[in-house]
Design a protein around this ligand. Structure first.
Ligand code: PBG
Length: 323
């Protein structure tokens, strides 16, 4: 049977009809707001990411509290430390930038879920995600340091640990160190399918974490691969991940949907810095309608299979959802 018996337009006739047959809906509950935290001083806007700034702990707590009252359930924190060294030791100090921000946020709004990104790149003077041996990042020597960092964030009050380093075996290693330290009930959100992507450059300005030499292709995934993403995801699930992530999101919607079909744990999609900056630049050039574009992009992630979305648009999106 086809036209004229079939007429799909019949269900598109009015806004209410469209509302009734809509397959995907966005909710504030799905959003995770990324924040950059530093040790002191005024808010520092990130040039390439209009609307995003680095906050000190006190300001981060204030903003997080407002975000929670607007409906955003969770933040993910990235630290900009005062000091960097070869092994990223400032990331596991008791009074480190992230530790202080976690405490301040949990004090101000205890119900909010605080996620901590675990990686060395923001804390190393060479900008790589692990320790360097010769010209490469030493996988196994890095695991110990990542676990140290994760435990330090947990002791400060973090709810979820999110390793983004892409070392092999890190989820299992961190999981067993967490269990041993008594954090058995704390979850891991693994950056499982994380690609070596050009979409991260504004983040690297924001976090001051561009690699000093070479690139990250020796540990992050090749954007040409999808079966490998599945392998990474299944390994992380086996190692104890509670949530798996696909990153970036826009050019990797097929991966989001593949991962969703292949796992039964929540899937997160990271709408990364470059994706945000492109929308902002096009908005400022009056080429697009920001609200409509952002809602379409976020709905697309959900339709593809994302249960959770990490996005710098979170605060705006929540306002737009409420109309
Ligand atoms: C690594 C990390 C990066 C991002 C999140 N965690 C950067 C990288 O791998 O170079 C990128 C996020 C974004 O671009 O918004 N700690």
């Amino acid at each position: 049977m086809s036209f004229p018996t079939e007429r799909p337009r019949r269900l598109r006739r009015t806004p209410t009809l469209r509302r009734m047959v809509r397959e995907t809906s966005l909710s504030a509950d799905d959003l995770i707001w990324p924040m950059f935290v530093k040790s002191k001083g005024e808010d520092e806007p990130i040039k390439s990411m209009p609307g995003v700034a680095r906050y000190n702990a006190k300001r981060a707590a204030k903003e997080a509290k407002v975000a929670f009252s607007e409906g955003i359930p969770a933040v993910i924190l990235f630290g900009i430390p005062d000091k960097k060294d070869a092994i990223g030791s400032s990331s596991w100090q008791k009074d480190g930038v992230v530790q202080r921000a976690v405490k301040a946020i949990k004090d101000a709004v205890p119900e909010m879920i605080v996620i901590c990104d675990v990686c060395l790149c923001e804390y190393t003077d060479h900008g790589h995600c692990g320790v360097i041996k010769g010209e490469t990042v030493d996988n196994d020597a890095t695991l110990e340091l990542l676990a140290k960092q994760a435990l330090s964030f947990l002791h400060a009050g973090a709810d979820i640990i999110a390793p983004s380093d892409m070392m092999d075996g890190r989820v299992g290693f961190i999981r067993s160190e967490m269990d041993e330290a008594g954090f058995r009930e704390h979850a891991i959100m693994a950056y499982s399918a994380k690609y070596a992507s050009a979409f991260y450059s504004p983040f690297r300005e924001a976090a001051g974490s561009a690699p000093g030499f070479g690139d990250r292709k020796g540990y992050q995934m090749d954007p040409a691969n999808s079966r490998e993403a599945l392998r990474e995801v299944l390994l992380d699930v086996e190692e104890g991940a509670d949530i798996v992530m696909v990153k970036p999101a826009l050019a990797f919607m097929d991966i989001i949907s593949l991962v969703k079909e292949s796992t039964d744990i929540p899937v997160a999609a990271y709408n990364v810095s470059g994706e945000y900056s492109m929308v902002k630049a096009a908005t400022m050039a009056h080429a697009i309608n920001e609200e409509q574009i952002v809602m379409e992009i976020l709905t697309g992630f959900k339709r593809a299979g994302a249960d959770l979305i990490l996005t710098y648009h979170a605060r705006d999106a929540v306002k737009w959802m409420q109309g």
